[in-house]
Design a protein around this ligand. Structure first.
Ligand code: PEP
Ligand code: MN
Length: 328
């Protein structure tokens, strides 16, 4: 929209001019997406996030590209991480790994140590699960991301995983963050369910402070008064993180929605908001999954989502290209 002043003298009130709003004409078939990581970000963000200076863009920083096996996260390639919530059996994991690989995923996700709200729920296969993940990597070439819940498990999980996931419930476990940082593995840092952006960035700062620059931020939904869905997907935070931080940002539409039918639309929103990739739960038979089945896609739904996302990624065009951006 733009304001247009009327010709002098056409206002009924002397000495004033009428301002009318005219809609800008745009070609119907063109999709306009927001600029991602606009170079003009006001300096006040630096004040607001002053406790996490190293994660903010500055005039000297390029975007962080996190190296994983033979690819990078945060560069030109949109990275999909997919797999079951929990590693359950060899058959379940291998079938899923092969399937998501063929559909274009780069990273296999799967929990071996599971943070569960109930102590009576399945807690994960532990070491056996890690071994299965490593075997799946061997068979498919996918990188592996899996959660580490305890400081004492860091060296074990780092032996098997390419990326260490710090879960929502652990985002502010600073002893765990320090130990995970020192493992040298890239860290997928999930936003705590009641964490502000400043809280998330402070935790990322803690990892950087401990000598590990390879942090991937993850928006996975937060708790709000809205309770129709499992969480409230905070797409604005993806856009904000891309504006203020040089770290890659991944969106987890599965835990945000809690409902499988909402995963593809939230994935589209994540792309438009500027995410560098997705973390999606996929299971061969979601209704029998040992955890988070209601939000897991089956193979066909995953294939359909991956195909549907292509034009959205194309529309976003070169916005994800690695560029030097100065702000503030
Ligand atoms: C998960 O990725 O399966 C998980 C438990 O995630 P979150 O920590 O976001 O709840
Ligand atoms: Mn899960």
């Amino acid at each position: 929209m733009r304001a247009v002043s009327s010709a002098a003298g056409s206002s009924p009130v002397a000495g004033t001019s009428i301002v009318r709003w005219r809609r800008k004409k745009r070609h119907r078939s063109t999709i306009f997406l927001p600029r991602i990581g606009s170079p003009k970000v006001c300096g006040s963000w630096h004040e607001r996030f002053a406790e996490s200076p190293d994660v903010l863009k500055s005039t000297r920083r390029e975007r962080t590209l996190v190296p994983v096996l033979d690819f990078e996260i945060g560069g030109g390639e949109f990275i999909t991480m997919a797999g079951p919530c929990s590693v359950e059996t060899e058959t379940q994991l291998m079938a899923t790994a092969h399937h998501v690989r063929c559909a274009g995923a780069r990273v296999l996700r799967g929990g071996a140590f599971k943070p569960r709200s109930s102590p009576y729920s399945f807690q994960g296969l532990g070491l056996e699960g890690l071994k299965l993940l490593a075997r799946a990597r061997g068979e498919t070439g996918l990188a592996v991301v899996t959660e580490v819940m305890s400081e004492s498990d860091v060296s074990l999980v780092a032996e098997y995983a390419d990326i260490l996931q710090i879960g929502s419930r652990s985002m502010e476990n600073f002893a765990l963050l320090e130990a995970a940082a020192r493992s040298g593995r890239p860290i997928l840092l999930k936003r705590g369910m009641v964490a502000t952006v400043a809280d998330l960035l402070r935790s990322a700062q803690c990892v950087l402070e401990n000598g590990n620059p390879n942090v991937i931020l993850c928006e996975r939904g937060i708790r709000t008064f809205e309770n129709s869905l499992r969480n409230t997907f905070d797409a604005a935070t993806i856009a904000l993180l891309k504006q203020v931080s040089h770290l890659p940002v991944i969106a987890d539409p599965s835990h945000a929605a809690g409902r499988r039918e909402l995963v593809p639309p939230l994935a589209r929103i994540a792309i438009a908001a500027g995410a560098d990739g997705l973390l999606v739960e996929v299971h061969p038979d979601p209704d029998t999954a040992w955890s988070d089945g209601e939000q897991s896609l089956d193979f066909q739904a995953f294939d359909e989502m991956m195909a549907d996302l292509k034009p959205w990624l194309a529309a976003r065009g070169s916005a994800l290209q690695c560029v030097v951006e100065a702000v503030g």
